[in-house]
Design a protein around this ligand. Structure first.
Ligand SMILES: [Zn+2]
Ligand SMILES: [Zn+2]
Length: 141
């Protein structure tokens, strides 16, 4: 990561290192900027929300992370830049990576509105394990 920033002519600051670590430490949960800030601020009390936004934007522009709009209300940041799809929880907004081959998904030629068609990103919505448990609990009581 230090190498990455140097290669791009960006200064390696402790703040940037911290944010990058937070993104990867999140175990694929695709945090929002606010969630990154909460964790980064806990690790480094001098961290400002502004720095977090700026750094996330820089990293996204460099193509080192993906900014995703998954319909959860705020942009989510994904350090995984491989081609992959997502499972999104309707209950708590948790996001998980999904590796599956959807290359067979096709847009019929008469439905393309003149578009050339590239890759498909598939988002499945449902409930995560926690939210399923909570729902069951509510049903019983
Ligand atoms: Zn959930
Ligand atoms: Zn992802």
């Amino acid at each position: 990561m230090v190498q990455l920033f140097r290669n791009r002519g960006l200064k390696v600051t402790p703040q940037r290192e911290c944010i990058f670590e937070v993104l990867w430490a999140d175990d694929g949960l695709h945090p929002s900027a606010e969630a990154v800030y909460a964790e980064a601020h806990a690790r480094m009390p001098t961290m400002s929300l502004r720095t977090v936004y700026q750094t996330l934007n820089d990293l996204a522009e460099m193509g080192e992370i993906q900014q995703l709009d998954l319909g959860t209300g705020s942009a989510r940041f994904d350090p995984n830049t491989d081609v992959h799809h997502h499972l999104v929880c309707n209950g708590c907004g948790k996001v998980r990576d999904l590796y599956a081959d959807y290359s067979a998904v096709e847009v019929p030629p008469d439905a393309r509105h003149g578009f050339t068609v590239g890759a498909a990103e598939v988002v499945f919505r449902g409930l995560c394990e926690n939210c399923q448990d909570n729902q069951e609990g509510e049903g019983e009581s």
